[in-house]
Ligand binder design. Structure first.
Ligand SMILES: Nc1ncnc2c1ncn2[C@@H]1O[C@H](COP(=O)(O)OP(=O)(O)OP(=O)(O)O)[C@@H](O)[C@H]1O
Ligand SMILES: [Mg+2]
Length: 287
């Protein structure tokens, strides 16, 4: 007879969460664009590390891409939390009001937690699409989690699928990386269109934090300057002042499984990401 009472019905009468609220209120930033391979993960990982380390900020990096590249990029600094935890797709599919907090794992970088790469996200995407309010499951799973962090960065897959939409609906702001190839710029433009749809149709006041130019190669000056002109004309002040230059140390650090600041703290890539982190934080504070 007891089985007749569904968990949903129980939730109606008992609305208390099993998670204690924290005292923080995170800015949630999705790092997204439609094009692959433009530096979303490199940007997410190094921004998260730069904004956490030695700052007293608590930062959570959510690896929302089934490829699990954030986890690979941080494999050398992951700490064993001693908890088995739930995987992200289980949290998103559950009817039990689970929180992303359950999937967060600490790293040896002070203040930085990350959700472990979850290949199950690929299959789960279709099942999430069948839920009522399919774009809002991540937002719901961050309600309490947000109160435990100052910043939550979401590394998105390279498309406009349900997972990316969930990131956009969970986020206050979106950071759009693009390199200077025409196809990447087109991908960034498509993401801006999606942001407008999210605002108009889904009534979510998502803002573009900025467009960050990645993998900028100083040797291709003529092509760069033409594309740069187009970008600045289109997005003006939305373009972040700090560009990320091409730097093989960034790729090496990713292979080693550590942020650039552990791998080669004085290289150009590290300097660029440090400066970008300052600019991002200033924009988040409305400075
Ligand atoms: N500034 C840079 N200089 C040199 N290599 C870079 C730079 N940024 C990224 N890379 C390299 O480019 C490749 C793609 O970067 P990254 O994985 O960050 O892109 P992504 O947009 O997350 O890709 P995906 O769409 O597959 O998730 C990686 O091998 C990475 O190490
Ligand atoms: Mg990636």
């Amino acid at each position: 007879m007891r089985n007749l009472i569904t968990s949903g019905l129980k939730r109606l009468v008992k609305s208390e969460s099993r998670y204690p609220r924290g005292s923080r209120q995170a800015h949630v930033v999705a790092v997204a664009t439609v094009k692959g391979g433009v530096g979303k993960t490199t940007t997410s990982v190094n921004l998260a590390a730069a904004l956490a380390d030695g700052s007293n900020r608590r930062v959570l990096l959510i690896d929302l891409d089934a490829q699990g590249h954030c986890t690979t990029s941080l494999s050398a600094v992951l700490e064993d939390s001693g908890q088995s935890g739930a995987s992200l797709h289980e949290i998103l599919l559950s009817d039990e009001e689970l929180e992303v907090l359950d999937a967060a794992v600490p790293t040896s970088i002070e203040g930085l937690d990350v959700t472990l790469g979850d290949p199950g996200l690929a299959d789960a995407e279709g099942r999430i699409s069948q839920k009522i309010g399919k774009e809002l499951v991540l937002r719901d799973a961050l309600k309490i989690t947000r109160t435990h962090y100052d910043l939550i960065l979401i590394d998105c897959p390279p498309n406009k699928g349900t997972l990316t939409l969930n990131a956009l609906l969970a986020a206050d702001q979106v950071l759009i990386p693009t390199d200077l190839s025409p196809l990447s710029v087109q991908g960034a433009d498509q993401l801006v269109e999606t942001v407008l749809t999210v605002r108009d149709r889904l009534q979510h006041p998502l803002e573009v934090l900025g467009v960050v130019l990645t993998r900028v190669d100083g040797r291709t000056v003529t092509l760069n300057s033409e594309i740069l002109e187009t970008i600045e004309e289109a997005w003006g002040e939305l373009v972040m002042e700090q560009q990320i230059g091409i730097n093989t140390r960034l790729a090496q650090a990713q292979l080693k499984g550590e942020p650039i600041f552990e791998h080669a703290p004085d290289c150009r890539g590290a300097r660029h990401y440090r400066a970008l982190a300052e600019e991002v934080w200033a924009r988040l504070q409305g400075l």
